[in-house]
Design a protein around this ligand. Structure first.
Ligand code: GLY
Ligand code: MN
Ligand code: MN
Length: 449
């Protein structure tokens, strides 16, 4: 409230019905709301006005006690959350009228909430991202205040991130162990999600469990597992208060990397360890991305996939041919934390995305500070649409050695991802409980069922 000088309203968001109102998709509150309350209450809102914080909740509806059980009373909620007061959402219009002019709020991708907020505030609240927030408006001030608070995590948040990291790691171990008894991606996916759910965690995003790791966000699970395949698993836990983990591991279905798979796996792992070591206080995250790109091209040149001088290869776009995404992103209550605000959170004022292929997907360009959590997730992908397109490979000519690359045909996609907390000293790996050294990974997969 001190930072924004206007009242502010944060909506939890509306539950989304499937075919009739009571049959709903799982509800997940907006993270800005969760940040303050720690509990996602469907349809609720927080009003910050006149120096007080008021929680407005949907009151008990007829039939609730029968169908879904009694709701907590307003007094119980006030005690649980320490807000100044709790009132019925029906009182919100009057409270807004009393709060004064220029009530700030945030854009939301949840269209019913955007419509509801527009109606309440008598102006258009965009159902989109904060890239369009106009500087100097109350909404932009609110976004900037939240960004300032959420960019670095306090001890309570760090405890939740550690919890999410450990649960994410344990779910990956379960998935590795389930592989030897599985015939399809679906079975490994089921083991992973079941492991999380049975321990009270949600998944923090739709898990990727795929033998086609070159499809970066492949969210289908229909492929059979064949002995020569690598399985890429990118999944994370959401801790009870909403905080996210995000891990990627890759393992051989058979429990044995081929020589070519191992060589590329070790290259990506070296890139990852190098990039993690660069995550120190004061370092610009774009620099970490550049470190990862350079090391990737260097390692691929060592393997003979590229030839030529390093700077020249990098200038000709060599890195993005095999690593066409950013090296990572902010992590917090969301897996791509605060991306609902567009690049306003990920990019420091005055910094903007590069137009270059690969770099254009870099989601974070801030100077790292103690308390920031980021992912580090380099990879190697053989994407047919990139390798067959002169727009991406043309400048490299024969320095991209396709004859050598052909020997690595048993690798479609590798990514290795950990969650890293920036500290005053060495980076803390929040997801260290799941091994990534190739022989350790093999042993876990083989020791499965
Ligand atoms: N799975 C989303 C990410 O790793 O960024
Ligand atoms: Mn990630
Ligand atoms: Mn991930």
């Amino acid at each position: 409230m001190a930072a924004i000088h206007t009242p502010a309203l944060l909506a939890a968001g509306q539950p989304r019905p499937r075919n009739y109102p009571a049959n709903q998709y799982a509800f997940r509150a907006k993270s800005h709301f969760l940040y303050f309350l720690g509990e996602g209450l469907p349809g609720a809102a927080l009003l910050f006005a006149r120096g007080t914080m008021t929680l407005f909740v949907v009151p008990e509806q007829p039939g609730d006690a029968l169908w879904t059980g009694p709701r907590p009373t307003l007094t119980e909620l006030a005690t649980r959350h320490g807000v100044d007061s709790v009132r019925s959402i029906e009182d919100l219009p009057a409270a807004l009228a009393d709060a004064g002019a220029n009530v700030a709020t945030l854009p939301t991708e949840d269209a019913p909430s955007a419509a509801w907020l527009s109606d309440l505030l008598g102006r258009t609240v965009a159902p989109s991202t904060g890239n369009r927030l106009e500087d100097g408006t109350p909404d932009a001030a609110l976004a900037d205040a939240l960004i300032a608070m959420r960019l670095t995590h306090d001890q309570a948040a760090i405890a939740q991130l550690r919890l999410a990291g450990a649960a994410s790691a344990s779910a990956h171990l379960a998935a590795m162990r389930a592989t030897s008894g599985a015939k399809t991606e679906m079975e490994v996916f089921g083991a992973l999600v079941g492991h999380l759910r049975s321990r009270g965690f949600q998944d923090s995003f739709a898990p990727i469990v795929s033998t086609h790791g070159e499809i970066l966000h492949n969210e289908t699970y229909e492929h059979a597992l064949n002995p020569g395949d690598l399985l890429l698993c990118d999944a994370g836990a959401e801790a009870p208060e909403g905080w996210a983990g995000d891990i990627t591991r890759v393992w051989p279905v058979s429990g044995h990397f081929s020589d070519t798979q191992r060589a590329l796996y070790e290259a990506v792992l070296d890139v990852q360890l190098t990039a993690i070591a660069a995550c120190r206080k004061g370092v610009r995250y774009r620099q970490v991305h550049e470190v990862a790109k350079r090391r990737t091209v260097e390692r691929l040149r060592d393997l003979g996939i590229f030839r030529g001088e390093l700077d020249g290869l990098l200038e000709r776009g060599a890195a993005a041919v095999f690593l066409p995404h950013g090296v990572g992103h902010l992590l917090g209550l969301d897996v791509h934390d605060m991306e609902d605000l567009g690049d306003r959170a990920g990019y420091a004022p005055g910094r903007t995305r590069s137009a270059a292929f690969g770099d254009c997907y870099l989601r974070l360009d801030r100077d790292l500070q103690p308390g920031m959590a980021v992912t580090i997730e380099p990879g190697f992908y053989q994407v047919p649409a990139i390798l067959s397109d002169d727009a991406y490979t043309g400048k490299l000519g024969g320095d991209l050695r396709r004859d050598v690359l052909a020997k690595y045909a048993d690798v479609r996609g590798i990514r290795i991802e950990d969650d890293v907390l920036v500290t005053e000293g060495d980076p803390e790996i929040l997801t260290k409980d799941v091994p990534k050294a190739p022989s350790e990974v093999e042993a876990i997969v083989r020791g499965g069922h």
